[in-house]
Design a protein around this ligand. Structure first.
Ligand code: SF4
Length: 425
């Protein structure tokens, strides 16, 4: 999912990087404008590198830095970065800085004749490269958030629930007081961390405004969790997930199709479905494996210790997984850019047959059409299988394959892999 603001499109999987502690009130460089003061200084609050795709319109606040575990073999997000709990006062200062930025954006709106509204005119001025004033990512981020109604907030980074409950409660209190429009606050959380929070503490957090947590379940198969150094067992996934659900906080569980490789594909699909059947989370979000260069898993793959599945086999694995989700009412959301079949979305159990039908339709395509669909999806021109009916695009992609890869499937696979790498932060 990507946000569109003022005619511009913004990537959904990566939050803006904002300098830590830039000098307060410093005017940005403004080449060609001499010493002229900008309309406002750049923003002064901190943000981490990633957020879930579904938080594209959320304000990003960073109570913790990086990941307290940081050992998963497939993960690159916080490699080499030390985990830190930020002091509560510092986070409150960040919230105050966002308030200050929002106030000054409203002032700009008035200067532009828009009566304090953050609308297309204001957003266009803030994001314009041609503007006589330049605004950093923090200011643009707040402008985008206000444009979309200033309703949702995401707490970064990988495991913010690891903070003391009372500290989180204080941050939630200040956030809600400062921005009364906020009606949803979400955070990542590890299952093991959820196991260490009492249901009562989680309830207090919900009452203070924490609406949803996103957990990286990845797999429910213990040997695979161990191989991937996930640092959690299937039993802990179940316990942590159940605690969140019992507290009334909405729960989203991420799973990784393809994580078991060719060795454990079946076991991964069946055990992951089994664990989710025990939790019955509100959302299940598949995020297809891409073995990222620079990860432990990549090194293992190059040494032959991990054999990744081909994309068609991953789709077959997802089919098996869906077949075995039973007795739950979760919603499947397939909004990650790495998922081949973006239209694979729906509510269980009523939409299961339709979702399996989409998979069967894909698998029944000719080998050539499957390749063309994969290429079109990776190039961002296909989103649904029906898009294959667009004859002009189809013929263009066919030409790309013939010219670029000819009869060399390996060359095409390398090309698809390289495009996919660009999707990750
Ligand atoms: S817990 Fe999450 S963020 Fe931390 S290393 Fe594992 S996958 Fe990465």
């Amino acid at each position: 999912m990507a946000a569109r603001i003022g005619g511009r499109r913004f990537a959904a999987t990566r939050g803006p990087r904002v300098p830590i502690d830039p000098p307060a009130g410093t005017a940005p460089d403004n080449p060609g404008k001499g010493k002229e003061e900008p309309m406002m200084p750049n923003g002064c609050f901190e943000q981490g590198p990633i957020r879930p795709p579904s938080e594209a319109r959320s304000l990003l606040i960073r109570p913790t830095r990086n990941c307290p575990w940081n050992k998963c073999a497939f993960c690159h997000s916080y490699k080499g970065a030390r985990f830190q709990l930020r002091p509560v006062e510092e986070i409150k200062n960040d919230i105050a800085a966002v308030r200050d930025t929002a106030d000054r954006l409203e002032e700009i709106s008035r200067q532009l004749g828009q009566e304090g509204r953050i609308d297309d005119v204001v957003v266009d001025a803030i994001f314009s490269r041609d503007s006589e004033h330049r605004f950093d990512h923090a200011v643009q981020h707040v402008a985008a958030w206000l444009y979309f109604g200033a309703q949702t907030v995401f707490f970064q980074d990988a495991d913010t629930l690891i903070m003391k409950t009372d500290d989180l409660l204080e941050i939630l209190r200040v956030l809600r007081e400062t921005f009364p429009t906020v009606n949803r606050v979400t955070s990542y959380c590890r299952s093991r961390t959820a196991c260490h929070k009492s249901v009562e503490d989680l309830r207090r957090l919900r009452e203070a405004g924490l609406s949803r947590v996103h957990i990286g379940l990845e797999s429910g198969y213990d040997p695979l969790l161990e191989f991937m150094r996930k640092g959690v067992t299937a039993a802990e996934h179940i316990e942590g997930g159940r605690r969140i659900m019992a507290s009334g906080i909405s729960l989203c569980e991420f799973v990784i199709p393809g994580l078991g490789g060719s060795r454990w594909s079946r076991e991964h699909a069946l055990a992951t479905a089994e664990v989710l059947n025990e939790i019955n989370p509100d959302y299940i979000r598949p995020r297809t494996l891409l073995v990222r260069q620079g990860t432990t898993l990549y090194d293992r793959m190059t040494r032959g210790e991990f054999q990744p599945l081909g994309e068609d086999d991953i789709i077959r694995e997802i089919r098996l997984f869906l077949e075995h989700l039973n007795g739950i009412q979760s919603r499947i959301a397939s909004d990650h850019v790495l998922n081949l079949l973006e239209e694979l979305e729906g509510k269980l159990p009523e939409d299961r047959a339709r979702m399996i039908g989409i998979i069967d339709r894909y698998l029944s395509l000719s080998a050539e059409d499957r390749i063309l669909f994969r290429l079109g999806r990776r190039q961002g021109v296909y989103r649904r299988l029906d898009d294959l009916d667009d004859r002009q695009t189809y013929l263009r992609l066919k030409g790309v394959v013939e010219r670029g890869a000819g009869n060399e499937p390996e060359k095409l696979e390398r090309y698809l892999y390289q495009i996919s790498q660009c999707f990750l932060p």
